[in-house]
Ligand binder design. Structure first.
Ligand code: ADE
Length: 230
């Protein structure tokens, strides 16, 4: 079983259009869509925004539905200068930019017995690179930083960039990365840029959420054709 997770309904809907949905299950204030796509069993859901919601949905997908890999699709704020609205990025690893135990001497993002960075699955990233090459699509890769804040300030964005070498910012990736690391499940994170996380980002986000969600969804579905599952 493959798990596909988004944060928002707008991010999930363009993926669902490609799926043969067999059943909908309501659980813990989430809707889980059990679907079939090219003979693969897939469970899909949107978690609602933020790290706590994403961690809940990811955990249910693994513990209740038995997914053996988790693929995330959605939008992000661009940090790297060459990332423009609508561009695609995959995460090499994710981190929580709003974790701060520095008063105890820990580096930003670090939690004892956990880690600063959660690695994404190299096999899934290789599939993404190959699909992008085949389709002639530019696919960036880099660190994606997550926090329970919609970043709309150049100052905060620059701090996240400097501290974590992040290429993009969103609000769920590291939560799913953390769950998958603890559960030993391969994790893939794809995002299309909706804004550049500076002043005015809220207006851009509202304008480009749907279009960028479609870009991410389309690429994920292309990629899914190459993903093998049991
Ligand atoms: N997702 C999309 N844009 C974002 C931003 N600027 N901050 C946090 N999450 C986002």
């Amino acid at each position: 079983m493959i798990g596909i997770l988004c944060a928002m309904r707008e991010e999930l809907e363009p993926i669902l259009k490609f799926m043969n949905v067999k059943e909908k299950i309501n659980h813990a204030n989430n809707i889980f869509y059990l679907a079939e796509f090219q003979n693969k069993d897939i469970v899909l859901a949107y978690s609602k925004i933020g790290k706590v919601n994403a961690a809940l949905t990811a955990t249910i997908m693994i513990e209740k539905f038995g997914v053996e890999m988790l693929l995330f699709s959605g939008v992000a704020g661009g940090v790297d200068e060459d990332l423009k609205i609508g561009d695609l990025i995959i995460a090499t690893k994710t981190t929580q930019h709003d974790v701060d135990l520095t008063v105890f001497g820990y580096e930003p993002g670090f939690i004892p017995e956990s880690r600063v960075f959660f690695e994404c699955d190299e096999k899934l990233n290789t599939i993404a690179r190959n699909v992008a090459r085949k389709l002639g699509i530019r696919l960036k890769e880099g660190i994606i930083a997550s926090g329970d804040q919609f970043v709309h300030s150049k100052e905060r964005k620059e701090w996240i960039k400097k501290t974590f070498k992040a290429s993009a910012i969103e609000m769920e990736g590291a939560a799913v990365g953390c769950v998958c690391w603890n559960e030993n499940i391969p994790f893939f994170m794809l995002r299309s840029i909706s804004d550049t996380a500076e002043e005015g980002a809220g207006v851009d986000f509202d304008e480009f959420l749907e279009e960028s969600s479609r870009v991410s969804a389309k690429f994920l579905v292309e990629m899914l054709q190459e993903v093998k599952s049991d």
